[in-house]
Design a protein around this ligand. Structure first.
Ligand SMILES: [Zn+2]
Length: 252
């Protein structure tokens, strides 16, 4: 019997080929060039950081002395109109430049790092809050876009009586934030959800030093930074006053 001389080959490009990371010296040279173009255009010094973020592609902070800008490495090869859009968006606050950047980012999805897991496992969209929007806002306002994590709603735990509730959790290994679904309710104010997300993001910034037999979950620097949150007092108060409601809804 003849075996059919037929073989099906699937050629899958390796990930590295799909997503070439430019060599470091090239990145530095291009970043320098980009910073100069922006600086010349805007007439202020530009301090540029290049990221390999998964969700925040452009973020910035305008100070009087300089523009601090973080961009994904896809922008290192951006054509003139896109560079112009970065200047208008970050340097001049023109919201109209947003769509130009969105289009550019959409066309370069393969350059954005994926982590192999299916996105469905971590869904940021709830009934009341879209956590990815919360994350992006807090990241831009508090961290200059420096936090790189994925975020989603946790699963509703099995019914049982509880005395306490963990409203958020950060996994250092997978860089994932999960927020307790009890917070996805209209009675929960947005500032409180933002605070919980902010808290979990701080865990990436201040990893807990683990010593044998002892683990400082929230190091002192963590706590100090947390207290600088503009609505810190209000958030702590809200949690205290509404803990029972949260506990009840977590068993619903
Ligand atoms: Zn914590």
């Amino acid at each position: 019997m003849n075996s059919a001389p037929f073989q099906l080959s699937l050629f899958e490009a390796p990930r590295a080929a799909l997503r070439p990371l430019p060599p470091k010296d090239q990145v530095l040279a291009k970043a320098d060039h980009l910073a100069h173009r922006l600086s010349r255009d805007l007439g202020v010094p530009v301090r540029l950081a290049v990221t390999d973020n998964r969700s925040t592609m452009v973020s910035f902070r305008r100070a009087t002395s300089a523009l601090r800008l973080r961009v994904h490495h896809m922008f290192l090869d951006a054509p003139e109109p896109v560079v112009q859009a970065i200047a208008n968006y970050a340097g001049r606050g023109h919201a109209g430049a947003g769509p130009v950047l969105d289009d550019y980012i959409r066309g370069r999805q393969p350059l954005i790092r994926q982590d192999g897991r299916k996105d469905t496992e971590l869904d940021p969209r709830g009934r009341c809050f879209d956590l990815s929007q919360v994350f992006d806002r807090v990241n831009a306002e508090q961290f200059e876009g420096a936090i790189d994590a994925r975020i989603g709603w946790g699963r509703m735990p099995r019914r049982r009586r509880r005395k306490s509730i963990r409203l958020g959790v950060y996994d250092h290994q997978s860089k994932e934030i999960r927020v307790h679904p009890a917070l996805d309710r209209p009675e929960v104010p947005a500032f409180f959800v933002e605070f919980i997300v902010f808290h979990e993001m701080l865990h990436q910034l201040f990893p807990s030093p683990s010593r044998p037999g002892r683990r400082v979950h929230h190091p002192r620097a963590f706590r100090e930074r947390e207290k600088k949150w503009p609505l810190y007092e209000a958030a702590v108060r809200w949690e205290k006053q509404n803990l029972r409601v949260l506990l009840r809804s977590s068993r619903a």
